[in-house]
Design a protein around this ligand. Structure first.
Ligand code: BES
Ligand code: ZN
Length: 628
């Protein structure tokens, strides 16, 4: 039986040919031939950014942010220059401290990284103010017309800074090992509300001016801004949702468990250190399921499914408040420290609230993802290891699901080896002791050896820690095996279906989304049209949540089942979440009719997608793009 399941890689990987030599040529103000570290031009070991004061005006007419960024620095080495990251910013003027005009230069443009902004400073310089505006090429910004929003009346703007796009709207040290606090003043049209990854208003101001504070130091990839006609609904004292007016009630209902999730998370791994936890539901073009912007998670509207079936993503983004936002991967090579820990923590939250049988189903679906991705990329592929040398790769395309799922199973293996009690105490101390700091893979391994395993090197070898972390391919044989009686029951129905039973004869009472997903991805993927019609008429997958629609439309494509095309087209045009649509385009592109269909639909859908989504899909469909 061949499964139709496409690898669930969250981040694409279609840019195999895009290996870039990240080497700066000789240029004024720059070390000649210096190799760029960590996807950044910054040199935080010389001068480091400590605080940011933003003052920006949001102009929907010209689709520009303009104003200034005041950066407070600490000059650790008496350096004569400050190096910042920028991407397609127009810099008009730079001042030092109290208004001294500074000389500055922009380095050559480097693919993927943008341009270094090199500012001459004095040893005693404390503040640097950059007057600038963004341009059409700002990769972090998506400007939506009213028609691209749910309610259709007002324009919308949101940012997506992870992994290396903060530099396209704020000149900064755009590297996750540098943390800074920030304040911002943002001016927007008076009919819109502005929100950031900071302290937020819940209602609009009369003058369209909003002030923000983020007192805890954060890395640049967590800088975030959203501007739109949204309302707030409280879920608890410290939790709530923002969404467009027609969706805000539904969103509040969907995410009603947010407070419980916080309580359970805190019970395991210590206090939530960001004060509030709100979620904003964005328009459908948002390229991710969720993004853990501190205090304000950004979410796709797909999560508002009407049945609370996709709340694991909220648990995931909440978990990042510890793993990622509090203890942060020092570079994108260590991305698994963010996502693997978060996937582990997410499933622990799910287990405490919804039960072990639910979290085990999630773990099994995750295991399928991991296996499929490794099969797809090959067991030697570097990006199937936890630690990945990304120095020549695009972090936005090449961070695969290994970080999530292999990371999850590695941590679960450790838990099962030492017992939950010892493991939880270890993890809690890990978060406490490294709060507001960054972490590298090697430092974590040392900490693990010393704190969890009492320095026992032999035990480290037994647990095969190095293999887990540094070797590509499937995990070692000590990988834990999730157990699910519920999936075993689904397997029996899969066997019945594959043996020819009618859809109406299947025992599906009480199935939740994960059971349906398991069903759709494990039934024999080829079937005659009347069998597709039977599934469709009995179970209405085209009306189910976005994740199930994805699995269903993969079957539609595999079987070239024409009655499903209209729904498929609608899905591709209205959904911008990359993880949901990438496998559909990839599968379509495998056949001739599919390629034609995909290109026709894509022509219609592309203007509505985010730049991160079009970058991935352009490569899959060999679309002529006007990129850099
Ligand atoms: N931080 C990620 C999203 C991300 C990763 C953006 C790398 C840019 C670069 C977020 O927490 C995430 O993992 N989102 C997942 C949610 C899912 C795993 C529950 C997504 O969007 O699919
Ligand atoms: Zn995540």
């Amino acid at each position: 039986m061949r499964s139709v399941r496409a690898p669930r890689s969250r981040f694409g990987r279609v840019t195999g040919g895009l290996l870039l030599a990240l080497v700066v040529g000789t240029q004024a103000c720059s070390r000649p031939e210096a190799t760029i570290q960590n996807h950044s031009f910054a040199r935080p070991d010389e001068v480091v950014m400590k605080h940011l004061d933003l003052d920006l005006r949001v102009d929907f007419e010209t689709q520009r942010l303009s104003g200034m960024a005041l950066i407070e620095i600490e000059n650790k080495s008496g350096a004569a220059q400050l190096h910042l990251d920028t991407w397609a910013l127009r810099i008009s003027r730079v001042e030092l401290d109290d208004g001294y005009e500074a000389t500055f230069a922009l380095g050559d443009s480097v693919p993927l990284l943008g341009r270094a902004l090199i500012i001459d400073i004095r040893p005693e310089t404390k503040r640097v103010t950059i007057h600038y505006e963004t341009t059409r090429d700002a990769r972090a910004l998506q400007w939506l017309s009213p028609a691209q929003t749910r309610d259709g009346k007002h324009p919308f703007l949101y940012t997506q800074s992870q992994a290396i796009h903060a530099r396209s709207w704020v000149p900064c040290q755009d590297v996750p090992s540098v943390r800074f606090s920030y304040h911002a003043i943002i001016q927007v049209p008076t009919d819109l509300l502005a929100l950031m990854s900071a302290s937020n208003a819940t209602t609009k101001t009369d003058d369209g001016v909003y002030a923000f504070e983020m007192l805890q130091p954060i890395p640049a990839y967590l800088l975030a801004l959203a501007v739109g006609d949204v309302e707030h609904r409280a879920i608890s004292e410290r939790c709530g949702v923002y969404a467009e007016p027609s969706m805000v009630e539904a969103a509040a209902w969907e995410f009603a468990d947010m407070e419980r999730m916080m309580v359970e998370a805190e019970a395991m791994y210590g206090p939530y250190r960001w004060d509030r936890f709100d979620v904003i539901v964005l328009p459908p073009s948002f390229p991710f399921g969720g993004m853990e912007n501190p205090r304000l998670t950004f979410a796709t509207p797909i999560l508002v499914a009407g049945d609370r079936s996709l709340v694991a993503t909220i648990a995931h983004e909440l978990a990042h408040s510890w793993s990622g936002n509090l203890v942060t991967n020092a570079s994108w090579d260590d991305f698994w420290l963010n996502e693997g820990f978060t996937t582990y923590f997410e499933r622990r939250i799910m287990e405490r609230i919804y039960g072990r049988d639910v979290s085990e189903m999630h773990a099994l679906l995750g295991m399928d993802d991991m296996r499929e991705e490794i099969a797809d990329l090959g067991p030697e592929a570097a990006t199937t290891a936890l630690y990945v040398d990304l120095s020549k790769l695009d972090p936005d395309e090449d961070l695969g699901s290994a970080a999530y799922e292999k990371g999850y199973f590695f941590l679960r293996m450790l838990e099962e080896s030492v017992g939950r009690e010892a493991w939880d105490a270890f993890l809690r101390a890990y978060f406490d002791e490294h709060a507001f700091q960054s972490m590298t893979t090697t430092r974590f391994i040392d900490y693990l050896r010393d704190q969890l395993l009492a320095g026992d090197v032999e035990r480290m070898r037994e647990l095969r820690v190095d293999e887990w972390v540094f070797e590509p391919g499937l995990p070692p044989a000590n990988m834990p095996q999730p157990q699910s009686g519920r999936f075993a029951a689904v397997d029996a129905q899969i066997a019945a279906w594959d043996a020819g039973a009618d859809a109406s004869a299947l025992q599906v009472e009480g199935w939740v989304s994960q059971e349906w997903d398991h069903f759709l991805t494990h039934i024999a993927s080829r079937m005659p049209p009347e069998r597709m019609a039977d599934l469709d008429a009995t179970f209405h997958f085209a009306q189910s949540n976005g994740e199930l629609q994805r699995s269903w439309y993969l079957l539609v494509i595999e079987n070239e089942w024409e009655p499903g095309y209209a729904g498929l087209q609608e899905f591709l045009v209205t959904v911008g979440r990359r993880w949901l649509i990438r496998p559909l385009y990839a599968k379509l592109a495998e056949s001739e009719w599919g390629g034609e269909f995909a290109r026709r639909v894509y022509a219609q859908a592309r203007p509505g997608y985010h730049a991160l989504t079009t970058a991935t899909m352009d490569a899959i469909l060999e679309w002529p793009s006007a990129s850099h």
